[in-house]
Design a protein around this ligand. Structure first.
Ligand code: NAD
Length: 248
């Protein structure tokens, strides 16, 4: 088991990619804080993890609210005494065109996707710095690299911010033995993408060399690697999990 005795906080872990990440962490022996704005899904996911003999703590937390984020981290410390891993996964999507984008819609997405990753990292890194160890993984997006295809400019820009936040954190936290990396998923089959228009999905599929969309589990496997000892010399990197739709 790659994560035995490790304690992880994963945001947006009630469903989708976040849920696949906590399941993979539990399988590798970690104890996890299942954080989500949706208390019910956090509770249900934590219950599933307990059947895997994982210490799982559900916490209702909105990552865009600094008070709730600080409470989430303090509760995790009270229960588990340390934080080894933080995954900033919570995110929301938008496909509003720039013509009709309101200031509120811009802020809504920025506040969760970018400010949320900043707030959670700031709260957790305080403890990681004291421990002089830690791993942070931010979930970016293909949209950050190519601009919104179907995604709105607010979503793409928020995720580009997440990639840059990753590099800044990686530089600032390297002296403390903390690695910070990002994963950039392409199109992954979750609730976020399930209602995308058929023609959008068909057109995207034609551009994917592996000829299919990805699964949450395939993103989770990459995150497991990045938080494991096998990735100790990787920091500031963004790993694409996109079926080859964009290659560097
Ligand atoms: P999802 O909508 O299935 O799940 C997102 C989870 O985040 C939900 O459980 C939701 O309740 C939670 N959440 C939403 N707002 C929150 C908040 N303010 N505070 C805490 N939790 C909150 O989405 P997903 O597809 O699993 O996406 C997970 C991450 O992956 C997101 O950051 C998303 O932008 C990113 N991503 C997804 C895809 C994709 O194709 N699905 C592609 C690239 C990147």
């Amino acid at each position: 088991m790659k994560l035995r005795d490790k304690v992880a906080i994963v945001t947006g872990a009630g469903r989708g990619i976040g849920k696949a990440i906590v399941v993979a962490f539990a399988r590798e022996g970690a104890d996890v804080v299942v954080a989500d704005i949706d208390a019910q899904s956090a509770k249900e996911t934590a219950n599933e993890l307990r059947t895997m003999r994982c210490e799982a703590l559900p916490i209702k937390a909105d990552v865009s609210d600094s008070t709730e984020v600080i409470e989430m981290v303090e509760t995790a410390i009270k229960v588990f005494k340390k934080i080894d891993i933080l995954v900033n996964n919570a995110g929301i999507f938008s496909s509003v065109s720039l013509d009709s984008m309101t200031e509120d819609e811009w802020d809504r997405v920025m506040n969760v996707n970018l400010k949320g990753a900043f707030l959670c990292s700031q709260a957790a890194m305080k403890y990681m710095k004291k421990q002089r160890s830690g791993k942070i993984v931010n979930i970016g997006s293909l949209a950050a690299e190519v601009g919104g295809i179907f995604a709105g400019a607010n979503y793409a820009a928020s995720k580009a911010g997440v990639i840059c936040l990753t590099k800044s954190l990686a530089k600032q936290l390297a002296p403390y033995g903390i690695n910070v990396n990002a994963v950039a998923p392409g199109v992954i089959e979750t609730d976020m993408t399930k209602n995308w228009p058929k023609e959008v999905k068909e057109s995207l599929l034609k551009q994917i060399p592996l000829n299919r969309f990805g699964t949450p589990e395939e993103v989770a496997e990459t995150v497991v690697f990045l938080v494991s000892d096998g990735a100790n010399y990787i920091t500031g990197a963004t790993i694409d999990v996109n079926g080859g739709i964009r290659m560097d």
